[in-house]
Design a protein around this ligand. Structure first.
Ligand SMILES: *[C@@H]1O[C@H](CO)[C@@H](O)[C@H](O)[C@H]1NC(C)=O
Ligand SMILES: *[C@@H]1O[C@H](CO)[C@@H](O)[C@H](O)[C@H]1NC(C)=O
Ligand SMILES: *[C@@H]1O[C@H](CO)[C@@H](O)[C@H](O)[C@H]1NC(C)=O
Ligand SMILES: *[C@@H]1O[C@H](CO)[C@@H](O)[C@H](O)[C@H]1NC(C)=O
Ligand SMILES: *[C@@H]1O[C@H](CO)[C@@H](O)[C@H](O)[C@H]1NC(C)=O
Ligand SMILES: *[C@@H]1O[C@H](CO)[C@@H](O)[C@H](O)[C@H]1NC(C)=O
Length: 253
């Protein structure tokens, strides 16, 4: 009894061969055991050169060509439902031989990397089979979640990372999977950190202060105008001069 593990990409063609035996086979049987299903059989009798019985109803599982010498089973195309054990049993005049295949269907994940908010990125390996592994460069504070779809065995893996407070511009997410590894990188929004130099903040505060001052001055000036009811042009001229002075003072500081 030989056992072989076989990984096959979804939507491709899988070919399962019986082991070659030295003696003339009499009967070749494939037993197919799929998840949550009763086993089914396909058989080939050499003496009559005929397939017999065969209660496998899956149309995608067939003999590779007319069963012959060494009957080959083919699955075309492979779906996630084809995960299971396929056993070839060969009955000869000198005894029985078996070869068992553990078939695992692989689905490559769809990989995406996005920046959700400042300093945070989400890397997703969607509907892969089996679950993918996600790692980051540089390492951040990450939360990784897995969401399995029980119907077909695929898993969505999502990793959310933040690099709070650290001066990280470039990061990459690496997804490793049996169907191949993938790496994506993203540049964090540069606007976040560069605003932090001291001068600009001070400038903004001063500008806000001076415009607030201007509003107060206009208000005071308006009251004054209402009281005196004359020489209004004079007051306006004074205010404009004050405003100009305030802003230049702010800019200088
Ligand atoms: C096929 O036949 C075997 C035995 O003859 C039985 O145990 C099995 O349940 C059958 N499978 C299906 C899918 O009908
Ligand atoms: C068995 O039958 C198939 C057709 O069903 C034919 O192509 C093949 O040559 C036959 N093989 C033998 C050994 O008779
Ligand atoms: C296939 O065989 C292995 C061990 O031989 C077993 O653990 C597994 O459950 C089997 N798979 C199915 C679908 O029966
Ligand atoms: C598996 O199931 C999920 C959820 O129903 C679906 O989005 C996905 O396309 C399926 N994948 C395959 C390979 O069937
Ligand atoms: C980010 O990484 C890419 C590719 O590795 C590189 O071309 C780019 O110069 C990097 N940017 C910075 C800001 O490091
Ligand atoms: C994928 O990455 C893993 C580790 O992250 C490594 O062991 C494996 O060899 C890589 N596979 C390929 C095909 O590069």
């Amino acid at each position: 009894m030989v056992k072989t593990s076989l990984s096959v990409l979804v939507d491709t063609k899988a070919v399962l061969t019986c082991p070659p035996v030295l003696w003339l086979s009499v009967l070749v049987t494939w037993e197919i055991v799929l998840r949550d299903k009763p086993p089914c059989f396909r058989a080939y009798r050499r003496d009559t050169n005929q397939t017999t019985g065969g209660n496998c109803t899956d149309k995608r599982i067939t003999w590779a060509s007319g069963p012959d010498e060494n009957p080959v089973l083919q699955i075309d195309p492979v779906a996630t439902t084809h995960d299971g054990n396929y056993t070839c049993q060969i009955a000869t005049s000198n005894g029985n031989f078996q070869h068992e295949y553990h078939l695992q269907v692989l689905v490559p994940p769809e990989v995406t990397l996005v920046q959700t908010e400042k300093g945070t990125a989400v890397c997703k390996a969607a509907v892969g089979k089996p679950a993918a592994q996600i790692s980051w460069t540089p390492e951040g504070d990450c939360v990784t979640e897995q969401e399995p779809y029980w119907g077909n065995g695929t898993v969505t893996v999502q990793s959310t990372c933040c690099w709070g407070g650290r001066h990280v511009l470039n990061m990459s997410c690496s997804v490793s999977h049996l169907t191949g590894n993938k790496s994506l990188s993203i540049e964090l929004d540069k606007g976040v950190r560069t605003l932090g130099f001291p001068g600009s903040d001070l400038l903004i505060i001063l500008c806000v202060k001076s415009s607030l001052l201007l509003v107060i001055l206009v208000f005071v000036g308006f009251i004054h105008f209402q009281r005196t009811k004359d020489c209004s042009a004079c007051h306006v001229a004074t205010l404009t001069a004050t405003e100009a002075q305030e802003c230049s003072v702010a800019a200088l500081e």
